[in-house]
Write a protein that binds this ligand. Structure first.
Ligand SMILES: [Zn+2]
Length: 254
């Protein structure tokens, strides 16, 4: 595994990340992700290609628009670095091939969902529902999951948890886990199989609780702060993807 290959994979990942930034901004607003070309929200001027190079342009411009000097969100280069790093991690995990491409699409969907959910507390169906279909297709070329486990993953992630959410709502009279979270779990089940839901939900619940409690203490009020659960589920799914074998082995002594 030579360094130039990994660099090429990283750069490709950052270019995908650059496209994900467009999706993160435009999908919740109901705008087209292909038209018009990127423009500065401050001065409305189109962004030149040389000011749109992942990571490097942000650094070269000092995080500001070349013309109007409006601050560019540090989330843009963050998404680019994150997607590049995930591409490298998947390459090391899976090697070149269809499975790599499939799980790169999965990681891209998780990154997009995470940043949209953090900002808007929604998980767009236009990502999670096609994601379920893509995940089922990927299971046929995946070394990580068998097609039957993927189908059971969709049923377990979607059906069972929909039941839990419905019961919670019926008993408590409020929505515990959103419908978007349920569809996200079905997508995770499609890409990683029903077995993955254990680690995904465990990691998401533990990390989500710790951060939720920390935020409550920090705010010194019992205000029911709406913390989206999607980013934790996405993180839990990635933990399973890269470390699930080892975690399950530790837990059940396989
Ligand atoms: Zn500008």
């Amino acid at each position: 595994m030579d360094a130039s290959t990994l660099l090429a994979v990283f750069v490709s990942g950052t270019i995908i990340g650059s496209f994900l930034n467009v999706c993160i901004v435009r999908l919740p607003a109901g705008l087209s992700i292909v038209h018009p070309p990127s423009h500065c929200p401050g001065c409305e001027r189109p962004i030149s290609w040389y000011d749109n190079v992942p990571i490097l342009s942000y650094v070269a411009l000092g995080g500001r628009c070349r013309r109007c000097r409006m601050r560019i969100s540090p989330l843009y280069p963050t998404v680019e670095v994150l997607t590049g790093a995930l591409a490298v991690a998947l390459w090391l995990r899976l090697g070149p091939g269809l499975a790599f491409a499939g799980y790169l699409a999965f990681a891209a969907a998780l990154v997009t969902i995470t940043f949209i959910d953090l900002d808007h507390q929604i998980i767009p169906d236009v990502i999670s529902l096609p994601g379920i279909a893509v995940g089922l297709a990927v299971s046929f070329v995946s070394p990580l999951v068998r097609p039957l486990d993927a189908i059971l993953g969709v049923l377990a992630g979607g059906g069972f948890l929909l039941l839990v959410a419905w019961a919670y709502q019926a008993i408590r009279g409020q929505e515990g886990m959103g419908g978007g979270d349920v569809k996200l779990l079905a997508m995770i089940g499609a890409f990683l199989g029903w077995q993955s839901l254990f680690v995904t939900i465990m990691v998401a619940s533990i990390v989500g609780s710790v951060i939720g409690i920390a935020l409550m203490l920090y705010q010194r009020a019992d205000t029911r702060l709406a913390i989206p659960f999607g980013p934790f589920l996405a993180g839990g799914a990635l933990v399973h993807l890269f470390f699930g074998d080892r975690i399950l082995a530790l837990y059940f002594g396989f």
